[in-house]
Structure formats: C-alpha cells, structure tokens
Ligand binder design. Sequence first.
Ligand SMILES: [Zn+2]
Length: 124
Amino acid sequence: MYCPKCLNQTLFIKPKGVVDIYINGKKRDNGRFLYNMDPAYEEEVLSDFTNKCEEFFKWYGDFKNKETIEYIELLTVDIKCENNCRFSPMERFSAVDTIITSEVILDVLTTFGKKYNLEVELKV
Ligand SMILES: [Zn+2]
C-alpha cells in the first residue's frame, strides 16, 4: 500500500488489529471488530464483521429518518510503514480489500438491507 508520508509502496497492515466500521459516517460505540490476517482466523473475522454490520442495521432500522445506506468505511490505525514512518492516531487507513473484500461488504450489506428494510446503494 501507498504510504502518504514517504510516498513509497511500503505500507502494510499489521498481522492483527482492530477495524472501526463507519456506515454513512456513523459509528456505534462498539462498531468495531478484531482482525487477524492468519488464514486460520478468516471465518472468525468474517463472522465478527457480519455481526457488527447486523447490529448496525438493527439499530439504524429503528431510526425515524432513515437514509439510504450509501457509504461504508472500514478504518484501522494498525498499519506500519517499512520505512518506519510515524502516524498520529488520527490517521486511519482503509481496510477494504485487505481485511474484508468489497464483494463481501456488498453482499453482507445487501442481505441486511433486505432483512431490516433499509435501502442500500453503495457509492464507492
Ligand atoms: Zn512511509
């Protein structure tokens, strides 16, 4: 991945960490999941992600003014640059397609959109 500090392709995601989920810019207090890049944890990570999305949809489904779900962001601070660049805790990086693929995201959101009667029209 591209490092915004040293401008090299030297950024990589740490083997384990935490990902925050923002949907339409909203994040629930517990709207995060742990990941582990070890393939042995793939299913566990996927099911944690799925559960967190479902919690969000359940919660958001009760809102009076529901907006179409258009944006989802998976953000992490668990990133490292091979050149040891330093990042502030405010600098977060997308975990889409490294930890969870876009296909899975679309699939999960579409499923819960139907289940909880929320419109999903993702804009990338
Ligand atoms: Zn760097």
